[in-house]
Design a protein around this ligand. Structure first.
Ligand code: PBG
Length: 323
């Protein structure tokens, strides 16, 4: 035998020397679900280990993450029903607790990176990401609403806005509006290839944001499609996106690889609520080792080509790998 691949696996030292893919807490983004009020830490049944937190608890959570090397956070608001309307007007209201949270997080931790969510669903009485009229999601009437939301977030000090709505043309629309208002340094992480996935279930439980009628298939992508992700990516890139995101992650590794090979900007992958919940559920039953499976999962997403991974397990992984 001339080639014996096992020689390169003989010791931990050799294995670490030839390791092709790296995974570091600095690649990870921790999602936070925010609620209004004080001293709140509400359980989310379908997302063990993740809570709806008020600003005070969120600050503690951020501190734990930062101490373990996770410096980026993506923020989602759990809004009470009474504040929801058809135009998502609370999303840019001056007294919105989400905007207040952005300011407080930045004040206490100026060095962290904050990513927002730009979509109507957490604020919409229809539970859709876009504006609904006569049962239809209207693309062009949604864009100005998204822009108002993004401007309010930029004004509060967000580093990166994250449009997760999948409306056509929104990256260009947001870039233009942000630039016009002087927010030329605010980045855009586009949910480029966001699939109409059943794996978002626990997230919708967390925000009580499921659509009141119909589904999201007229704007989110068909899980059967791969070339269409290239079209979405070309448009987002041309319209000025700073990051392209694929979502979900582990069941769309081929899409991550495809975007990585074809575009010169960072690729993000969202390891979504359902993907995380599956690991937790199996671990709870004693069927899988949570930390080892989490590590292997995150590594596979990196190996496929993701520069950035958003995962509910970000903090857990960071603490685990420090040990
Ligand atoms: C909504 C949004 C969703 C997620 C992020 N932003 C859910 C949806 O599209 O219904 C899902 C994230 C997750 O499942 O972890 N704009």
């Amino acid at each position: 035998m001339i080639h014996r691949p096992r020689r390169n696996r003989a010791s931990a030292a050799i294995r670490s020397l030839v390791q092709e893919t790296s995974l570091h807490p600095s690649h990870l983004v921790q999602p936070l679900f925010l609620v209004d009020g004080k001293n709140k830490k509400n359980i989310i049944k379908s997302l063990p280990g993740i809570f709806q937190v008020s600003i005070d608890h969120a600050l503690k959570e951020i501190e734990v993450c930062v101490n373990n090397g996770v410096n980026s956070f993506i923020l989602f608001p759990a809004v009470e029903d009474a504040l929801k309307d058809t135009k998502a007007s609370y999303s840019y209201a001056a007294k919105n607790f989400y905007l207040k949270a952005i300011k407080e997080f930045k004040k206490k931790f100026p060095e962290i990176c904050l990513i927002s969510d730009v979509a109507m669903d957490p604020y919409s009485s229809d539970g859709h990401d876009g504006f609904v009229e006569n049962g239809k999601i209207l693309n062009d009437k949604t864009l100005p609403i998204l822009a108002k939301m993004a401007i309010a977030q930029a004004d509060a000090g967000i580093d990166i806005v994250g449009p997760s709505d999948m409306m056509d043309g929104r990256i260009g629309y947001l870039r233009n509006t942000l630039d016009e208002k002087g927010f030329t340094d605010t980045s855009i992480m586009s949910y480029t290839a966001k699939y109409a996935s059943a794996f978002y279930g626990p997230f919708r439980d967390a925000l009580e944001s499921a659509p009141k009628s119909g589904d999201k298939k007229t704007y989110q992508m068909d899980p059967a499609n791969k070339r269409e992700a290239l079209l979405e990516a070309e448009l987002d890139y041309a319209e000025g996106a700073d990051f392209l995101m694929v979502k979900p992650a582990t069941i769309y590794l081929d899409i991550i690889q495809q975007l990585k090979q074809n575009f010169p900007i960072p690729i993000a992958a969202y390891h979504v609520s359902g993907e995380y919940a599956m690991l937790q559920a199996a671990a709870k039953n004693g069927w899988l080792d949570y930390h080892k499976c989490l590590e292997e999962t995150l590594l596979s997403i990196r190996r496929a080509g993701a520069d950035v991974i958003i995962s509910y397990g970000a903090r857990d992984y960071a603490i685990y790998c420090k040990k």
